[in-house]
Design a protein around this ligand. Structure first.
Ligand code: UD1
Length: 430
């Protein structure tokens, strides 16, 4: 298993380019299953989850060409398998995104039920209920979800999600695009990744209105066509680099990003004493303010509020801010696993249920620590960058799932970071 060895204390300086959004590229790749024509996607980040998603498409019978590293040309004309096996689903929950497209285009799909994962139980009951409302028959057979459309085609319906679900909204958008008649989705997720997927689907001939708002209207069409689309910038990677500049007391120019996609994060970090200047619509200049970092409270909520995917990185920053910060996680249970590792490095954090209270600033010392999930790993890298001495982070396969060439990017900014042992997505991408 690969590890990162980080010697902290170097302020990061320079320019960094943001990659395409993992959480947008995953559903967009799944959407290619909706048509027999070729769909070309640009700016697909070269990270483990995307390699897994590509493998899933190929296992189903699609052809995937990559004329350039970050361009995927997918042709799903010859898909003849309608099933995502447990081996894939267990490594990547986003394989459930194959359900909607397969069910809509072929009238049947079988996807292994994702088990609990490190950040708690993550059910897909709301996806399944929505498919039933679209006329599908859904059953559970030995750990697999089996869904069929009795007349071969789904039927438009009104779907009112009882809880905001990102992947659930995406699955329904894809399924309803090929359903007969109109679907209305209420309490839809409003994440930028939803808008990006709707953009792609509309280029493919779908009729989706309202993406980015909490109500979607989708008029089903009989078939979708090929299209070409560029994936949006990763807002979570952007937020992570903003924190990296602030926590190391450096100065970064963050390029190719979409500040309009992370307004809540920028506002909160500004309140905490991070100077974030928008040089142009895709470039930010970031540094710690002269008055230093201040503790502020944060509560994670669905977009457009503060994202759960930035909670761990924010906690890392709060270990260096003056005062008491209360961090409330409302989206996922069990998403404070990074806290125990931060405490081992010297942070003062108390956890009670869904709330973490951080007292800062504290001097952090390098240690041997374990990554537990994708965003938790990012927070460990951040604290290691500002800690005194050496930190060895084990199980960095978590970070390889979602951060493109992180070692290369951080090294180019002056960080003393080395990947030790084994092959990795990053080594291949280099
Ligand atoms: C997506 C993102 C993930 C991000 C999360 C929250 C992808 C591939 N993943 O995950 O990175 O952390 O949004 O912004 O885009 N829920 C149910 N039943 C369901 C579905 C969800 O109870 O059928 C609950 C979940 O347990 C959770 C909440 O709803 O408490 C939100 O989950 P959801 O938005 O679906 O998260 P994901 O789509 O899995």
């Amino acid at each position: 298993m690969d590890k990162f060895l980080i010697r902290g204390g170097v302020p990061l300086r320079g320019k960094v380019e943001i990659s395409g959004a993992k959480n947008s590229a995953l559903p967009c790749l799944a959407a290619t299953l909706l048509t027999a024509e070729t769909v070309t996607l640009h700016n697909v980040p070269y990270v483990k989850d995307l390699i897994t998603q590509r493998r899933l498409l190929e296992d189903l019978g699609a052809t995937v060409l990559t004329p350039e590293l970050r361009t995927h040309k997918v042709n799903a004309a010859n898909v003849d398998i309608f099933e995502a096996p447990y081996e894939l689903v267990k490594t990547m929950r986003a394989s459930v995104l194959a359900l909607g497209p397969l069910l809509a285009r072929f009238g049947r799909a079988k996807v292994s039920l994702p088990g609990g994962c490190a950040i708690g139980t993550r059910p897909i009951d709301l996806h399944l209920k929505a498919f039933e409302q679209l006329g599908a028959h859904v059953s559970l057979e030995s750990g697999d979800v089996v869904a069929t459309a009795p007349q071969g085609r789904l039927k438009g319906a009104v779907i009112d999600f009882e809880k905001v679900t990102v992947t659930g909204t995406e699955n329904v958008m894809m399924a309803a695009s090929l359903a007969e008649g109109r679907t209305v989705v209420k309490n839809a997720a409003r994440e930028p990744e939803i808008e990006d997927l709707a953009d792609l689907l509309n280029k493919m001939g779908a009729r989706i209105r309202g993406a980015g708002t909490s109500e979607l209207e989708i008029d089903g069409v009989e078939a979708l066509n090929g299209a070409e689309h560029t994936i949006i910038a990763d807002r979570i990677e952007t937020g992570t680099f903003i924190v990296a500049a602030a926590i190391t007391d450096g100065e970064l120019e963050i390029r190719g990003c979409r500040p309009d996609h992370l307004v809540a994060v920028i506002n909160k970090l500004s309140e905490a004493g991070v100077e974030i200047e928008e040089i142009n619509p895709t470039t930010l200049r970031v540094r710690r303010s002269r008055t230093g970092l201040r503790a502020v409270n944060v509560t994670t909520e669905p977009h457009p509020d503060f994202p759960t995917d930035m909670q761990a990185q924010f906690m890392a920053l709060m270990t260096q801010a003056a005062g008491e910060s209360e961090i409330v996680e409302t989206i996922f249970e069990n998403r404070f696993m990074h806290a125990s590792e931060l405490i081992r490095m010297g942070a003062d954090i108390a956890i009670s249920g869904h709330t973490a209270v951080v007292h800062g600033p504290t001097k952090l010392m390098g240690a041997k620590i374990l990554a537990s999930d994708l965003r938790a790993s990012a927070s460990l890298v951040l604290v290691a960058l500002c800690a005194e001495g050496e930190t060895l982070i084990d199980r960095v396969y978590h970070i390889d799932r979602g951060y493109e060439t992180i070692v290369r990017k951080l090294s180019s900014l002056g960080a003393d970071i080395t990947r030790i042992t084994g092959s990795s997505a990053e080594a291949e991408a280099a």
